[in-house]
Ligand binder design. Structure first.
Ligand code: ZN
Length: 235
């Protein structure tokens, strides 16, 4: 079994009726629901308001893949918890960062760049699969039409990805590296752009399939994770 923790800031859904109408259980609840239907995945959720944001040492030790969605509270996120998550990724925990979580302390620490980009509300997106042989693209069509999405545009200040699997084209003309993989230490990371909270994007079956595929891709091969350390050989 792959043990997934879905972490969400869970602020917009409580603040705005319009967002709550789309995600009555929160974005984390929506993602946990469709992941929970998979036979080889067990899911738990955590949110910002829990002690230590719900990402204690104990929780992370029992997490194979962490999924994060964040936006308004990025700066208020604990540095100590961000460092802890980084350490677990370096020791092999998979990480999937969704939409505005590109700008989370966790991603900034792991990527080492500014993670800045351009954005604009209320556009259409065509999400093109440009690496069809990648495991995250399994069963995914050449193009996914997203009727309404916030535009994210280049230049996106990320380090060079291992692979770019999806490219977003927006109705305003911008393009974006919408699905990228990275490796940090022993951990596999997938950044995925779709998922602005005002539109029901995590209800789209193909988007759900991509996230399920990404869980399988990012899961560590060996379940006994150990933080890499310098070691002197004495013989
Ligand atoms: Zn957004």
């Amino acid at each position: 079994m792959i043990r997934v923790t879905v972490w969400n800031e869970f602020k917009h859904e409580r603040e705005f009726e319009s967002v709550r109408a789309i995600y009555p259980k929160g974005i984390h609840g929506c993602i946990a629901d469709f992941l929970g239907k998979e036979e080889d995945i067990t899911v738990q959720t955590a949110t910002f308001d829990m002690p230590e944001h719900g990402l204690t040492e104990e929780v992370l030790r029992q997490t194979d893949v962490l999924i994060i969605w964040s936006h308004a509270l990025q700066e208020k996120f604990s540095d100590e918890v961000a460092e802890r998550v980084q350490r677990h990724v370096l020791s092999g925990m998979g990480l999937i960062a969704l939409h505005s979580a590109h700008f989370s302390k966790i991603m900034k620490r792991l990527m080492g760049t500014t993670m800045t980009l351009k954005w604009k509300h209320g556009e259409q997106e065509k999400l093109w699969c440009i690496s069809p042989n990648h495991p995250i693209a399994e069963g995914i069509p050449e193009k996914i039409e997203i009727p309404q999405e916030e535009m994210y545009g280049e230049y996106f200040d990320i380090p060079k990805p291992d692979e770019v699997i999806f490219a977003g084209w927006f109705s305003g003309g911008q393009v974006f590296r919408s699905g990228c993989t990275f490796t940090r230490g022993l951990g596999k990371i997938f950044y995925f752009q779709p998922g602005h909270e005002e539109y029901p994007i995590y209800d789209i079956p193909e988007i759900q399939r991509i996230i399920v595929n990404a869980v399988h891709f990012c899961a560590p091969q060996r379940m006994n994770r150990k933080y890499p350390e310098c070691e002197e050989i004495k013989e």
